[in-house]
Ligand binder design. Sequence first.
Ligand SMILES: O=c1ccn([C@@H]2O[C@H](COP(=O)(O)O)[C@@H](O)[C@H]2O)c(=O)[nH]1
Length: 288
Amino acid sequence: MTTDRVPFGLRLQVAMAEHGPLCAGIDPHRGLLESWGLSYDLAGLERFTMTCVEAFGGSVAAVKPQSAFFEVFGAKGVAVLERALAELRAAGTLTVLDVKRGDIGTTVDAYGEAFLGQDAPTAADAITLSPYLGYGSLRPAIDLAHATGRGVFVLALTSNPEGAQVQHARLADGRSVAGAVADGAAQDNADERANGRLGSVGLVVGATVGSAVSDLGVDLPAMAGPILAPGLGAQGATAQDVRAVFAGALPQVLASSSRDVLRAGPDVTTLRERARAVAGEVADITGV
Ligand SMILES: O=c1ccn([C@@H]2O[C@H](COP(=O)(O)O)[C@@H](O)[C@H]2O)c(=O)[nH]1
């Protein structure tokens, strides 16, 4: 399968240059819906989500809906998610669907078709993938993303403290698990790196991870793909942390924030302005 769609990495580079390095999250938490004066039901979910679409569409580099908050409402919740993805696409805004999928290769193949295929029912520009069944098990989804001009973000150093138990562990060859995941992405982005472009296989590295990137030998510049960096705001990371954690790889970083931005709702203009302000702050402090 081939597509004439411009590769995700290139599209993201253009979007970050235009709007700044922020991915605004759509995380319809019960508490957020209630603080917006909405009921925690399908109608509230839809209103919350479409308000975010209106606020963020055309205003930020990318939007990251968290699939779990839609799945809570079953098939009708997923239909709201699919509508949001379609409307953001129509607004020309990139979508990163946070689904963190991973399984044996034959099943990953089906996940790929679901989210990254040419006719995917829940199509996003990129999805998050979990490599803990082995980086190689993700091959069908990575190859499909390449074929359809889409992207993936593979979990490397997640923003939660529990992630260290697995991600900081050492392999028999001395590399850290996170470093080996980054090496896998580097191989997949080798052509783009040779051409000085951003690849379409990215990593998730939390803005909360302190010195772990260097401590664990995670070579982010060599990886040459985008870095989705959650943890900004509600989890305690600041724009200064983004600068410190990702020094040397800042042009690759797409900082991600959900609750901190969403708390500015329900007014569309205020929500949009909050997202733009966070994007501007990260851009100013990181100098990107
Ligand atoms: O390492 C990770 C990977 C994904 N996430 C997701 O990002 C958002 C963070 O929300 P905030 O409200 O900005 O804390 C959420 O959807 C997580 O599932 C992450 O936090 N860390």
